[in-house]
Design a protein around this ligand. Structure first.
Ligand SMILES: C[S@@+](CC[C@H](N)C(=O)[O-])C[C@H]1O[C@@H](n2cnc3c(N)ncnc32)[C@H](O)[C@@H]1O
Length: 401
């Protein structure tokens, strides 16, 4: 990707910009407050989540025949909250055999349980459970947007979040779009047999400059992906004749996040497993329900915000977990919602019986609070819609009901 110097800053691809904004020396994830200072994951919502993961580790342990050394890898561990909770929730005989690892780019927090090994990469080989909660959505990806002629182009961004379109998406990235996000794949006109003539080309250049700078303020408020006014005014949806002639298919302004780096990241994490289970939990979509305008967004101090790659906010996009699964040629992978997964691991939102209130008032209040937290972890439209990708290696499906 060629960056183009510009008076107001450099145009970079979203992947390069987000990588520096999140993980560079002054990156968002290097900040002392950690992710919990800006948003809540399931881990922060309730200790019930870590207890459920501890139960999952026990099931993996049983499936492995209770090995002398059982690994638990908290992949993308934040400040180690999940691994700390899992160790606390394990039965003593399992805890005694467990090697606990936190894999994280950020530095080890002070005061962390000495039993937890803090690593920049997963250990290998792993025998046990590798659990990645909200990791893959923070693996930076390229963003593509279709131009007026329906061609998928790389979106370039500056540090202040302004965008313009760059070159057409080609090669492995175009292939990924065609396979996994076909609505936004466009045609990639530099391909053999599809090159528009010079007149069409300069026409496309004009369209890109005039019409396709997305307006982040608008997006944050209204969920808009590009300025509708401009598009409509210019009539920049390719005329039918042009489309038919060139075989162009996609609408203008469709966006997609190209998941290749996430597929690779997931495949390399799973490759560390000798036997056991790898689990990725994230907000996700599959080929059948990709969002037409992508999902790139930001978070800062508890609020969703425009994704500005200056290190001040999180930059995240939902994960094509079906593509991640396919990147690991192993049998037995499956996707299920957190709403389905957690009850199997003992987390239910059932209210305690009212009779408990008179026999054990404190216990009743505790149980009520637990039910509330369980409901939040499994709520439709919220954390319950998160998707779990289960990737067993050499063991059966331990989450089968
Ligand atoms: C949204 S936070 C999730 C933290 C924690 N898993 C939780 O659920 O609360 C994402 C974390 O992934 C970490 N991360 C991203 N890429 C990573 C990588 N390649 N290796 C290790 N950690 C990574 C970030 O530093 C950040 O702490």
């Amino acid at each position: 990707m060629t960056a183009v110097a510009n008076g107001a800053g450099e145009w970079r691809s979203w992947r390069a910009a987000a990588r520096e904004a999140l993980y560079g020396p002054r990156g968002f994830y290097r900040r002392p407050e950690g992710p919990a200072g800006h948003f809540r994951t399931s881990v922060h919502v309730s200790a019930l989540f870590a207890r459920a993961v501890a139960r999952l580790l026990c099931r993996v342990d049983a499936a492995l025949g209770r090995p002398a050394r059982l690994d638990f890898v908290d992949m993308a561990a934040g400040r180690g909250e999940l691994v700390t909770g899992v160790l606390a929730a394990l039965p003593a005989d399992v805890a005694a055999r467990t090697r606990a690892y936190a894999v994280e780019i950020a530095a080890r927090p002070e005061g962390l349980d000495h039993r937890i090994e803090w690593l920049p990469e997963p250990p290998r080989p792993v025998t046990g459970l590798l659990f990645a909660n909200e990791w893959l959505d923070n693996v930076p990806v390229e963003v593509a947007q279709t131009d007026a002629a329906g061609v998928a182009r790389r979106v370039l961004v500056r540090d202040d979040g302004t965008e313009r379109l760059g070159e057409p998406v080609t090669g492995a990235e175009a292939e990924w779009l065609r396979r996994w996000w076909p609505q936004a794949a466009g045609t990639g006109w530099p391909e053999e047999g599809r090159r528009p003539d010079e007149e069409h080309r300069s026409e496309q250049g004009r369209r890109v400059r005039q019409g396709l700078r997305a307006e982040h303020g608008l997006r944050a408020e209204h969920g808009l992906r590009a300025e509708e006014g401009l598009r409509a005014e210019e009539g920049l949806r390719a005329e039918e004749g042009l489309r038919a002639e060139e075989g162009l298919r996609a609408e203008e302004g469709l966006r997609a996040e190209i998941g290749l780096p996430r597929d690779a990241a997931w495949a390399s994490a799973v490759a560390t497993l000798e036997s056991g289970l790898a689990v990725a939990v994230d907000y996700a979509h599959t080929r059948e329900n990709r969002p037409p305008f992508g999902t790139l967004t930001g978070f800062r101090e508890g609020r969703e915000t425009a994704p500005v790659p200056d290190g001040s906010c999180d930059i995240t996009a939902h994960v094509a977990l079906d593509a991640c699964a396919a990147a690991c040629p192993l049998p037995g992978a499956r996707l299920l919602s957190q709403r389905e997964a957690l009850p199997v691991l003992g987390v239910t939102g059932a209210r305690p019986p009212l009779a408990l209130a008179s026999t054990d008032p404190a216990g009743y209040v505790r149980a009520l609070a637990g039910a509330g937290e369980a409901a939040e972890l499994t709520a439709p439209g919220g954390l319950g819609d998160f998707v779990w990708l289960l990737q067993p290696v050499g063991i059966p499906d331990v989450l089968a009901p």
